[in-house]
Design a protein around this ligand. Sequence first.
Ligand code: FEO
Length: 391
Amino acid sequence: MSYRQIVDKVNSVGVIDWDRRLFDELIPLPGGTSYNSYLITGSKASALIDTVEKDFADDLLRNLEELGVDSLDYVIANHAEQDHSGSLPEVLRAFPETEIITSVKGKNMLTDLLNIKSKRISTVEEGREISLGDKTLKFLETPWVHWPETMVTYLEEDEVLFSCDFFGSHLATSDLFVRDEAEVYRAAKRYYAQIMMPFRRIISKNLDKIKEIQPAIIAPSHGPVYQDPEFILEAYEEWVNGPVKPEVVVPYISMHGSTEELVDYFVDRLIQNDIRVKPFNLREVELGQLAMALVDAAAVVIGSPTVLTGPHPQVSYAATLANALRPKTKFASIIGSCGWGGNLVDDILGSLNKLEVEVFDPVLSKGRGDEGNFAEVDRLVEDINKALADL
Ligand code: FEO
C-alpha cells in the first residue's frame, strides 16, 4: 500500500494487515488491523510518527521512498509496543542521522525491548514542543493508553492529534478516514474493551486532556482517521464514564446439561421481565464478543459445572479475563452444578476479586436442578430486577 495524504505535508505511510487474526497471541482480530505511521514534512525538518510491525518495515521504507524522503530528522515513538516500534531499528539503519523522540519511560522501554542505543534517543516531557519550521509538534503524556510510557503528539498548526493506541480500532479497511461510522464504532468498542478498559480510570483523565485540545483530526495508529473527532470522543465518554446499562451478561458452559437447564431458565425469566440479557456459551464463544458485552452491562452471572472441585476451565479463563478487564459491572452471581461437592463459588469469586461488585446469593444444584433450585433462580432474577430498577 502506498502513502496517502491526511492534510498538506502530512501523509499516512503505514500498512494494512488484512490477515492478522490474533494480537499478543491472545486478542482476537476478526477484522484484521493496520499499523499507521505518519510523515510530517515541515519547512525545516521532518518527523515520522510511530513505525509499523517489524514484518512490514520494508513497506514503510518503500512508502517513504515513494514520497521522495532521503533524510529524516525525527521519529516520534508515542508508544514502545512492538506493533509501533518494531521497525525502528530498520528506520534508524535507513536514516543514520535520525533521532528518536519519546517519553522518559519510553526511552528505557525502547532500549530494553529493541536494544536501541540510548544515544539515538531523546526524551520529552509534558508540554514540550519541537519545531519543524512551519509545523510544530507538542507532546502530551497520556500514561496507560496503553502502557505506562504512552504519550500523544499534537501537530498544532493543522490541529491533528496523533494518538497511537488511544482511540484506535483493529480494523483493516481501505478507508483512510472514517466512512462507515457504525463499522468503526463496533471496531473501536471492541478495541476499547480488549485493550483500554483495564485502565478506565486513568483514561478518563487522559480523555479530559484531549477534549481540552479540541483537535480537528484524530489520527490513531490503528484503524481509520477521525475527521469528526466528536464521534470517537463521545463514544469514549460513554464507555469510560457513562452509567452501566440494565443488561445481564451470562458466560456459561455445561457438561451434562444441568447447568445449561438452569441458565436457560434464568435467561428466559430475565426476558419475561423485559431485562436485556446476553448469554455466551463458552464452548464456542469468541472472547472479544464477551469483552464488548462487559463494557456496558450492569450484571454478570456466570454458569459453570464443577470439574475436579472447581469451575470448568473455560469458566476460569473467562472469569480471569473479566477480572483483568475490570469493567464497570456492579452486580454478579453464579449459577452452578456439581456431582457431589467442591469449591465452585469460592473459586469463581476469587477470580473476580478486582471487580467492585455486589454479589447476589448463587444458585447451586446437585445434578439436575430441582424445584428448589428453580425457585432460587426466580429469587436471583428478582434480586437483579430490583437492582437494575435502582440504577
Ligand atoms: Fe498498538 Fe499497545 O500497541
